[in-house]
Design a protein around this ligand. Structure first.
Ligand code: CR1
Length: 832
């Protein structure tokens, strides 16, 4: 495996500029210099982390020329800057990615080896910045990669959480959360810009005064002012000589000491202020859907939105004094509703602080902002209790009311007498408690609204945003998600990258439509055997990691059937379990059953307060314990829960999959992006017609995709007609057998009560129709098993999947955002 890494990376190292000192000797010198001057260590005493830090600093130094040149673009009046506002950026480790994208891999590896170390070991030293929960945050990170690669001036704005997404441990089969202290050994990739800092007001009340000219002046008198300090991280484009900017805000006290309190002798009280201020950016909320009424979360959202907009206005004023032209300088994308306070904050900054009239401010606000929706789950639509909102943001509430007053006037004019519609579209919900509806605020304040896959956008138009679609259909468009082939193939699957580049050249990395050229290799037996060789090596590497982390030995020859993603009922990890239980029973009943050996691998975190998701993790581990120890299925079935699924582990897992599980209830998964990562790495998909699965199947061909289950229309129809999961249980004896095994205590050392809540949920509610789709899923899995026995044919399908996945590069998504939403010209590719 070591050798593959070397060769694969080597083919992607041309094109660097020798002036920047990226030769091996220069790197060697630079590492030693940083060890000495930055880490203050002698080589003989240096820890692995010291070496990692020294190497990372040497690499960062070499990114600075491009970075400084790129930052210059922000001043160029001709270039519009894309500003991506996101509460989450799930970046994954920087070092390997930066080496790949800048073309310094070989030099770094050789330099490190000349110092008696191994690059692999130093790469493993990095604590990944887990500043996101799942797909939404990882999408933001893929988009930063593509923006830089496509040479589009861009800034990602977000929050520098001191603690990112928790680390997951498994104890006695249960998830246990531990704090993610990712900064404990220092972060060599960020640069603190102490002088780029803004004040953010919170709480208090507003007062109205008439100034000397008789004009109304609105003054917001806050109870608290917090300072946001910029921390900048360079984002290397792939060989583009452009380095994008990720600017994350850390909260601090405006004054570290409250001198009044200090003088009065209350030393501890004086420091309190600092503690409270710093708590704003302390920790990422680990939920993939919002919990209602968390004041600190609203404060986080406001804090980063305000810092970011103040920063953009500063940059704009360097170009032009006219804030009416702000939309010429920036295109601002709101990644879900988390940054949707931008609508009210930009209005406040323009009207209250910079003296624009309301109408001019509204025009520029709308034409600057755009909103991406990432979920249809009604419980995931953000809304803030009105009182809480009023207490933290009194001025913003006034602005929201004014936006709403004018907006509802428009609605009434368009739909006279339609009170129900007014109530639905209002920015304020008034049925049973008052709330501010953030999706409505985002929709009203944006010139463009997009969903993240074709089906999702259509459903958005029909359901959650139907009223907005009817009133302003021209605002709506779709941009199907994508993932970066740099991190997700080149870096994480060097063997496959090498084989592809050997066959069709390297252009696919930035022009993935070129992958189509692989189609003609799908009939070449020696190519197919090399293809299998790569997959087998990846499976062996994953098997070794599984053994190390879980103690379970798995057979790399078996079918690796993998489901990794957040644990959620709509994603239906429990449906996967029902299949496993059925296979288990079939083999026990009939030891001669023709079932090719399978290894079921799960991974994913559950929100700490989501009981049912945590119980599903416990059930996976409990089934694993029984199945893995049963001699009657030995060598035929294995079940593994891979702990702490994150970007680093994903890079090991996606390339090793034979089968990708994308089995959400149709209509519930907005897009999915793991589905793309698997398929791009040669896994075949078993999936429903949900999210981007629909488009993946269209691209790869229906004969290369295992489809099952109800579609979104059928799901809606079944629900409407009254769904009775108990009937499916009664009528399908194998389903009954599987569920009865769980409720019997077989997997809980006889404790029949342990999984009762899950069983009851399935039998009496089953919101996500697992029982309705069970039989179809099982039959589809049989087709998978049959197909897997014909290894040659399976490999052909695997090649065709990769060959036809070009559409799902995040470069294509970013180009679409540029054309449809941001109105930013696509620049010609950088000549390598
Ligand atoms: C969706 O659930 C999608 C990502 C990125 C998630 C997933 O299907 O791929 O967004 N949504 O678009 C989400 O996290 C808060 O909503």
């Amino acid at each position: 495996a070591n050798n593959t890494v070397k060769t694969a990376a080597s083919s992607h190292t041309q094109g660097h500029d020798p002036r920047r000192g990226v030769g091996t000797a220069a790197m060697n010198r630079a590492i030693l210099d940083h060890l000495h001057f930055t880490m203050a260590r002698l080589p003989a005493l240096a820890s692995r982390n010291d070496w990692y830090m020294a190497l990372s600093h040497a690499v960062r130094d070499r990114m600075l020329d491009d970075w400084l040149a790129s930052l210059h673009h922000f001043r160029n009046k001709e270039l519009k800057v894309v500003s991506y506002l996101s509460a989450e950026f799930l970046l994954g480790p920087h070092l390997g990615n930066n080496l790949i994208n800048t073309g310094m891999w070989d030099a770094a590896r050789d330099a490190v080896e000349s110092l008696g170390l191994r690059l692999e070991d130093l790469l493993r030293q990095e604590e990944e910045p887990g500043l996101g929960n799942g797909g939404l945050g990882r999408l933001a990170a893929c988009y930063l990669d593509s923006l830089a690669t496509l040479r589009i001036p861009s800034i990602g704005y977000g929050i520098r959480y001191e603690f990112g997404i928790f680390d997951q441990l498994i104890r006695d089969g249960w998830q246990v959360e531990t704090a993610d202290k990712w900064l404990k050994f220092g972060n060599p990739w960020e640069i603190c810009r102490s002088e780029i800092a803004y004040e953010v007001k919170m709480g208090g009340h507003t007062e109205y005064h008439h100034d000397a000219d008789g004009r109304l002046a609105i003054v917001w008198l806050p109870v608290k002012v917090i300072k946001g300090v910029a921390y900048d991280t360079p984002i290397a484009g792939y060989r583009s000589r452009i380095t994008g900017l990720l600017r994350l805000w850390k909260s601090e006290a405006v004054e570290s000491f409250n001198f009044q309190a200090f003088n009065a002798g209350e030393y501890y009280h004086a420091v309190d202020e600092k503690v409270v201020s710093e708590s704003i950016t302390k920790v990422l909320y680990p939920n993939d859907e919002p919990g209602v009424g968390k004041l600190l979360r609203l404060a986080q959202q406001y804090f980063f939105v305000s810092c970011s907009l103040q920063d953009m206005i500063r940059v704009h004023l360097l170009r032009s004094p006219r804030l009416e032209e702000f939309d010429q300088t920036f295109a601002v994308q709101m990644n879900d509703t988390h940054p949707s306070l931008a609508v009210a904050e930009l209005m406040r900054l323009l009207v209250d602080e910079h003296g624009l009239g309301w109408d001019a401010a509204w025009k520029v606000t709308r034409s600057t902002l755009a909103y991406t929706n990432h979920t249809l789950l009604p419980e995931a639509l953000e809304k803030w209790p009105l009182q809480l909102f009023a207490n933290l943001l009194p001025r913003h509430l006034e602005i929201v009311y004014e936006i709403n007053r004018r907006f509802l006037d428009e609605v009434s004019r368009a739909y006279p007498g339609d009170q129900a519609r007014l109530a639905r579209m209002s920015l304020i919900e008034e049925t049973g408690g008052k709330f501010v509806r953030m999706a409505n605020l985002a929709s009203v304040g944006s010139h463009a609204i997009n969903g993240v896959a074709h089906l999702h956008t259509e459903l958005l138009k029909e359901t959650v945003l139907a009223d907005f679609y009817q009133m302003t259909p021209e605002k709506f468009c779709n941009v199907t998600n994508g993932v970066t082939p740099r991190r997700w193939v080149l870096l994480s699957n060097p063997g496959l990258a090498w084989l592809i580049s050997e066959s069709i050249g390297e252009e696919w990395v930035t022009a993935p439509e070129k992958l189509r050229e692989l189609e003609c290799f799908a009939s070449d037996p020696s190519f197919l055997s090399a293809w299998r060789g790569v997959k087998d090596a990846n499976k062996r590497a994953l098997a070794a990691a599984i053994l190390e982390r879980t103690g379970v030995a798995v057979d790399p020859e078996s079918l690796f059937d993998i489901q990794v993603k957040r644990i959620h009922e709509y994603k239906r990890q429990h449906l996967n379990l029902l299949h496993i239980l059925t296979l288990y029973h079939r083999i026990k009943r009939d030891p001669g059953a023709q079932i090719p050996p399978r290894t079921f691998i799960f991974g994913g975190k559950a929100a700490p307060g989501y009981f049912m998701a945590k119980l599903i993790i416990k059930l996976i581990n409990s089934v694993a314990e029984v199945v893995n120890a049963d001699p009657e299925v030995a060598g035929r079935l294995k079940v593994v829960f891979f702990p702490d699924f994150n970007v680093t582990n994903g890079q090991l897992i996606y390339p090793a999959a034979d089968l990708s599980e994308q089995i959400s209830t149709s209509g519930k998964e907005a897009s999915g992006t793991g589905n793309m990562k698997f398929s791009l790495n040669g896994a075949l998909t078993i999936g429903t017609l949900d999210g981007a699965n629909v488009e993946i199947r269209e691209e790869v061909g229906e004969e290369n995709f295992f489809l099952f289950g109800l579609n979104a229309t059928e799901v809606q129809a079944l629900k409407k007609s009254g769904y009775h999961p108990g009937r499916f249980y009664e009528e399908d004896w194998e389903l009954r057998e599987a569920i009865d095994a769980v409720r019997s205590g077989l997997f809980s050392h006889g404790d029949a009560g342990l999984f009762q809540p899950l069983v009851d949920h399935l039998l009496y509610d089953d919101e996500y129709l697992a029982l309705a789709d069970y039989r179809s899923y099982l039959e589809c899995q049989e087709r998978v098993s049959t197909a897997f026995r014909q290894r040659e044919l399976w490999s052909v399908k695997s090649v065709l999947n990769v060959a036809r996945m070009g559409k799902f590069s995040s470069d294509r998504s970013i180009r679409e955002y540029c054309e449809k939403i941001w109105k930013v010209p696509i620049r010609p590719p950088f000549p390598h």
